[in-house]
Design a protein around this ligand. Structure first.
Ligand code: ATP
Length: 221
């Protein structure tokens, strides 16, 4: 589903070249969830951005559903991102002027993949039934993040990329949101790559890897 092949990325800094990824290989299957851990500055966000096609590697390639991103031009890459990727961040990035129903279907509408039946099902699963006409500011933090997850899944993405998706929530709420997220990943059979600092968050995922000195290694619990 997602393959990272010999991915290298170096940044230029005032102190010289900084190699962040030194030839990273990774394979993620459909329905599989992977926690990406590592110290601050180890390159987790860099890897996530490359996987999302938001940045380009120095060498190596990102393959999503058999399609190498390096073979696509910017417009094609944006289309693939819209249609096949779901992105969830620590900040919910909901549109304040749109209600719950419209926030949920926003990405699907932009991707021409609107499916009212699936949206209704998601609203139910997210525990937001009856709240469709409410605006983000009327929701709790946990409800807002559930809505952001629903927006990402409304396109039925083949790959979900999540950057600390429960980082802004209290522990109890975070636990419930994570549980729901994992259920929905299994239900939709998308692959999920999740950046997290927390061993507790990583534990229920299928696998955990740690970025260290530009390489992926098995994470020690
Ligand atoms: N555009 C850039 N130019 C120069 N250096 C960069 C750039 N982007 C990231 N870096 C550097 O690359 C390294 C990896 O950054 P990255 O944000 O991927 O780390 P991270 O593991 O996500 O960190 P954190 O856990 O703190 O979010 C850091 O040393 C960072 O300063």
């Amino acid at each position: 589903m997602l393959a990272l092949q010999r991915l290298r990325k170096t940044f230029s800094t005032p102190q010289g070249k900084l190699q962040v990824l030194g030839g990273v290989d990774l394979h993620l299957a459909r329905g599989e969830s992977l926690a990406l851990m590592g110290e601050s500055g180890s390159g987790k966000s860099t890897l996530l951005h490359l996987a999302a096609g938001l940045d380009t590697p120095d060498s190596g390639q990102v393959v999503i559903d058999g399609q190498s991103l390096s073979e696509l031009n910017e417009t094609q890459c944006a289309l693939l991102r819209r249609q096949q990727l779901g992105l969830v961040f620590q900040q919910f990035h909901l549109v304040p002027s749109l209600n719950v129903a419209d926030n949920l279907s926003l990405q699907a509408r932009l991707a021409n993949k609107e499916d009212p039946g699936w949206s209704r099902h998601l609203i139910e699963r997210l525990g937001l039934a009856g709240r469709e006409a409410h605006y983000p500011e009327q929701l709790s933090g946990g409800q807002q993040q559930r809505l952001a997850i629903g927006r990402a899944l409304a396109v039925r993405p083949s790959l979900l990329l999540a950057d600390e998706p429960t980082g802004n929530l209290d522990e109890q709420t975070a636990g419930r949101v994570l549980e729901l997220l994992l259920e929905l990943v299994k239900e939709t059979r998308c692959a999920m790559l999740m950046v997290t600092h927390s061993g507790r968050v990583a534990a229920p995922l299928d696998r955990s890897l740690r970025l260290h000195r530009g390489q992926l290694q098995d994470a020690v619990a």
